[in-house]
Unconditional design. Structure first.
Length: 256
């Protein structure tokens, strides 16, 4: 989309997930993020449960209300009420994970005499809300399994994480993860000072490590590194990240 400077995800996410599930065995498979008001939740529930089953329970579904107004007329949908439709879609997907559900909302109704197969492997699909998605913070903390947010400076991000933790503390007995994106352009000089780029920075490895450590300290659980603006050879950058960065951040179990 010209006004956003990108094309979003080129591949359909669920077709792509099926491909990735067949090519991998252990890594989590995530979408960040599916625009719920632009899809019927019956199709989302079916496709997500299918991808989850085929991957052995590795699906994590990022969800959002959408922030690209030009997409809505293409599907004859209103932009202004997307927050309400997001909540209704979310409820529909949750209900369809139950056996023979009986419920009704704007997207349809079931009377308990039919069912959807397959079911998610863990009883429900982990769904992470992206930003606010037109919802009250308390709703997101209570209903969703985690938060996906954009990068901010450390102080502002610490405040956002703290707010999320405070909301979920009143709703659940356990913490829910926080994930953020980060665009990077990794330079060959490990001591290269940071320079700002869109939603991230250009720097050497040492600054990147220090920055990620600071995110870890404020409670960010996962960071998705985006190499869209990386000027080096992607394969070499990935190898550099795998050998020099990932050992600094060993994987930790986290229940959704």
């Amino acid at each position: 989309m010209p006004s956003f400077g990108d094309a979003g995800q080129v591949f359909d996410p669920f077709v792509y997930l099926g491909y990735l599930a067949g090519q991998t065995e252990h890594i989590a498979l995530g979408i960040a993020s599916l625009i719920l008001p632009l899809r019927h939740p019956a199709h989302v529930a079916k496709a997500a449960a299918t991808a989850d089953q085929l991957s052995g329970g590795r699906l994590i579904l990022g969800i959002a209300s959408g922030d690209r107004p030009d997409e809505y007329p293409a599907l004859n949908e209103a932009y202004g009420n997307r927050g309400e439709r997001f909540r209704e879609s979310f409820k529909y997907i949750r209900e369809m994970a139950h056996s023979s559900p009986a419920f009704e909302n704007r997207y349809g109704q079931t009377n308990g005499e039919m069912d959807m197969l397959p079911k998610p492997t863990a009883g429900k699909i982990p769904m992470l809300i992206t930003g606010g998605s037109q919802q009250a913070p308390e709703w997101g903390a209570h209903q969703c399994d985690g938060l996906i947010t954009y990068p901010r400076n450390i102080d502002d991000q610490a405040s956002a994480v703290r707010s999320w933790r405070e909301n979920i503390a009143s709703e659940t007995g356990f913490s829910k993860p926080v994930m953020q994106s980060l665009y990077i352009d990794l330079l060959a000089d490990p001591d290269a000072a940071p320079q700002p780029i869109h939603l991230g920075f250009r720097s050497g490895m040492n600054y990147l490590k220090a920055f990620l450590k600071s995110l870890e300290d404020i409670g960010v659980n996962h960071v998705a590194l985006n190499l869209r603006f990386n000027q080096g050879i992607i394969e070499e950058t990935l190898l550099h990240l795998a050998e020099d960065l990932l050992p600094e951040f060993p994987a930790r179990g986290y229940q959704l």
